[in-house]
Design a protein around this ligand. Structure first.
Ligand code: C5P
Length: 219
């Protein structure tokens, strides 16, 4: 009998984009389908974990067995993460969180006219950094989408965010499609995972996480 890699562990995953309202119908968002995050949640379930999936707006059907919390904005996502984070052994931030929110969104649809419209934007909280900086954080994994200099930017991001593991992908390959290509960055170095369906990469990522997480328990 081979026990599953994450049997009995609690895994918290964020996925999808966030949507920051401008008015009753318009908003600012990132292009993210949620496919990678949902695949990571599914792979964690297959590995025997209990999974909470906090998802921004996505058309996808969540994996069977995950407890799903649907949110819209980054601030709602942060609140949902804070409510679940003490439960989690492992946190995986796959969501493409909008960097800014609109300071004074209009409750009604703004009527268009010939004038220039100025939006005031304020920075959103960094959810993954909030989690990493908790007094007793879960094992934290970040994602990075870059459009160039993937190796350099991703490793810089991993260090800046103080993450033991960061999975990086090129925006050009990652967004929307069913396949992806990842490079995992950890304290040992870079581990490229060749192009494959997102679920295959998610399973490889979960195996890598389980291995590193196991080591933190024996430290
Ligand atoms: O800095 P950047 O947005 O590229 O970092 C990406 C990583 O940080 C992802 O894991 C993403 O989910 C997380 N993030 C976050 N909150 C933000 C911005 C990014 O959790 N406001």
């Amino acid at each position: 009998f081979q026990p599953k890699l994450l049997q009995g562990k609690h895994v918290l995953v964020t996925a999808g984009p966030t949507f920051e309202a401008i008015d009753a119908v318009r908003g600012i968002t990132n292009s993210s389908s949620g496919k990678m995050g949902y695949a990571v949640a599914r792979a964690a379930l297959e590995a025997g974990a209990a999974v909470k999936l906090i998802s921004g707006p996505s058309c996808l059907k969540p994996p069977l067995g995950a407890e799903v919390v649907n949110v819209v904005s980054a601030q709602q996502m942060l609140k949902a993460v804070n409510e679940a984070v003490n439960w989690a052994d492992i946190f995986i931030g796959v969501a493409a969180v909008a960097d800014y929110y609109v300071l004074n969104p209009s409750e009604q649809k703004i009527k268009k006219d010939a004038h220039i419209l100025t939006l005031e934007l304020a920075p959103n909280p960094d959810i993954v950094s909030n989690v990493v900086n908790l007094p007793d954080p879960p094992f934290c994994v970040g994602f990075a989408a870059e459009s160039e200099n993937l190796y350099e930017y991703a490793e810089m991001k991993r260090r800046r965010k103080n993450l033991p593991l960061l999975a990086a992908n090129l925006v050009q390959t990652a967004v929307g499609g069913d396949e992806n290509e990842l490079v995992l960055f950890d304290d040992v170095g870079a581990h490229p995972l060749p192009r494959a369906p997102k679920i295959t990469l998610a399973r490889q990522l979960i195996a890598h996480i389980a291995n590193l997480y196991q080591k933190t328990l024996t430290m």
